[in-house]
Each structure stands twice: as C-alpha cells, then as structure tokens.
Design a protein. Structure first.
Length: 197
C-alpha cells in the first residue's frame, strides 16, 4: 500500500486531483467529507462546536450552519484554532481507522488522503508522499467565486486565512500546477502516479 497525501489551498484544485486519482483506481479518504460526518447532530464534535460557538451556529434542522461558522472563524485566529482542534482529532482518528481497514483487507494499491490542512500528526507522519496542488491566485479567486457565490473580497480573505502556497510547496514531494485544462491535469497525474505503481 502506498499512501499519497494530496493537499493545497482553497481553489487550487486538490479535490479535482483526488477525483482523477479515484478514476485511476486509488482509494480516496476525503478529510472534508469526514469532517462533515463527525459534525452531524449528536456527534461529540457537534456538541463541542455548539458549546464553544453558541446556539447561533445551529440551523433549524439541528445541523451546523457551516457558512455561519466559517464566517466566525475566518477572521479570528483563536476561533479557527479552536474549531480545528475540535474537528482534527476526530478526522484523523477516522482516517487512521479507514487505512487500518484497508490494510487488514489486504489492499495493496494507492490510498489518497485528501486534506486541506497538512497537519503533522495523522497526515505528514503517515503518508509516503505529499502532492501539493497549486494554481495562480487569480484563477483560485475566480474558482472560489464561481463555486461558492462569494464576492472577490470574501474569496481573497479565504485564501489569506490559509497557509501561503509557498508553505504548502515546502512540504511537497511533488507539486502539481493546476493551471491548464482537465486533460493536461490528468496527464500530469498519470505521469506522477507511474512512479508509485
């Protein structure tokens, strides 16, 4: 089994890279997907989030209002760190469980950890390689605005709230420049993947 960590800032295209790897036969473990699961009503992280951020982050159906929560944390380093602390440990635990299950089943292919924040414990310490997806900032802003309905200022502030691309690149075993069309991206990924199969 080879574990590849795919990461990159918002709008760079890491989810697209992971989707292509899945098409190519990899098992993808998506941290964002797990984080939604562990914050469902009744889950311990859900209760902790409400205890810390208050009832105002709860929608009428009892789910967390992710947009409201995002707006509360993106301008506060302290709140962002608190939210990350609540969610990260549970996401990492779940990812490790899934890797163990694959190992026990005798899976010997590629496992992709799709992670927005390249944390040391539970990501950098368990992957065999880190692939960082990068893209020019103007293109990232355009993508964020198109998919999230944010205005330019909001999109820029999301980008600023994350690690700069240079920091991601420092962690990389491979850097994927996602500044062309989908076919070009596929070719880049296939080329990189051939070194692991």
């Amino acid at each position: 089994m080879q574990i590849i960590g795919v990461t990159g800032g918002i709008g760079a295209g890491k989810t697209t890279v992971s989707a292509i790897l899945k098409e190519m036969g990899a098992e993808v473990i998506d941290a964002d997907h797990i984080s939604r699961k562990v914050t469902q009503p009744g889950e311990p992280a859900w209760k902790e989030i409400i205890d810390y951020f208050g009832q105002e982050v709860v929608l009428p159906d009892e789910t967390i209002d992710r947009k409201k929560l995002a707006s509360m944390v993106f301008n506060s380093e302290e709140r962002r760190r608190k939210l990350e602390a609540i969610i990260h440990a549970r996401v990492i635990h779940e990812m490790e469980k899934r890797i163990s299950t694959l190992r026990e089943a005798g899976y010997d292919g590629i496992v992709v950890l799709d992670v927005p924040i390249p944390v040391r414990r539970g990501f950098l310490d368990i992957v065999d390689a880190v692939w960082v997806v990068v893209c020019p900032e103007e293109e990232r802003i355009r993508r964020i605005m198109a998919r999230s309905g944010m205005d330019r200022a909001e999109a820029e502030s999301r980008i600023r709230s994350q690690l700069p691309q240079e920091e991601y690149i420092r962690l990389a075993d491979a850097v994927i420049e996602n500044n062309g069309d989908l076919e070009t991206l596929r070719q880049k990924i296939a080329g990189l993947l051939s070194g692991y199969i």
